[in-house]
Design a protein around this ligand. Structure first.
Ligand code: ZN
Length: 249
């Protein structure tokens, strides 16, 4: 009982300390860079950040992330991001589904083009399960990295600022050895949380049909897979990298 009282007292003391602005700033400094990137991603997604501020933050993360997660400590081996699938399941001929147009991570051009590859699975009855196994399809980490944003709160009809969330449930992973972010969308369940380090090929989620369009009946079940450069958050075509990736049966 005495121990509990002491804990409560020290919590109260901490709460008082945090009302001092300088110490509050220190507390947010203690957040991991991954968690800070997730906050940045949400602010961009929900259009809460002025464009100039968003661009400034992209530059700040360009220095912050490699300092926090040094590339020499991470392996760059590529793994195809769906278990039991491979290059022939990528939509279009030879990756022609990639249409970057003038896509930008921040600002109004977020919604242009299709700067990604769609990877389709066998799910004729659209129940989200693999027709061959009756099981969900495992989404695998593209390479070793750190989860920098994890969103699993999508529901049909959910919208932010009048826009439906197209990605549904999604994961962002930063891959230090590649200096790339991977974005995997239309997921069902996530197995990892922000800040977690993942191995290449680790099962990080199950594929689902979440997201405004992916949820619709006409949409075949697929993974939306995008890669953005740390340098400037511009997209790169995942196709050549998917060609080089190891497929897991
Ligand atoms: Zn897509």
């Amino acid at each position: 009982m005495e121990g509990l009282a002491r804990v409560l007292l020290s919590l109260l003391f901490l709460k008082t300390l945090l009302t001092i602005p300088a110490l509050r700033a220190f507390a947010s400094e203690a957040e991991t860079p991954a968690k800070r990137w997730e906050e940045f991603e949400r602010a961009v997604r929900d259009e809460r950040l002025p464009l100039e501020e968003a661009r400034r933050q992209i530059e700040a993360f360009r220095a912050l992330l490699p300092a926090a997660y040094p590339l020499r400590e991470f392996d760059g081996t590529l793994v195809f991001p769906l278990k039991g699938y491979g290059l022939r399941h990528v939509g279009g001929k030879r990756g022609e589904g990639y249409r970057p147009s003038r896509y930008e991570f921040v600002g109004p051009r977020r919604r242009v083009g299709h700067p990604a590859q769609d990877i389709f699975v066998y799910d004729g009855n659209q129940d989200g399960l693999d027709d061959r196994t009756g099981e969900p399809v495992a989404v695998l980490a593209f390479a070793e990295g750190v989860v920098v944003s994890a969103f699993a709160a999508w529901a049909p009809g959910l919208s932010v600022n009048g826009n439906g969330l197209r990605g549904g449930n999604y994961l962002w992973i930063y891959h230090p050895a590649l200096r790339l972010f991977s974005y995997s969308a239309h997921l069902d369940r996530l197995h990892v949380t922000t800040g977690e380090r993942v191995a290449g090929g680790q099962a990080v989620a199950t594929l689902g049909r979440s997201g405004t369009n992916a949820y619709a009946e006409r949409s075949p079940t697929h993974l939306h897979f995008m890669l953005l450069r740390l340098e400037d958050m511009r997209p790169v075509n995942p196709y050549p990298l998917l060609q080089a990736a190891r497929e897991i049966r």
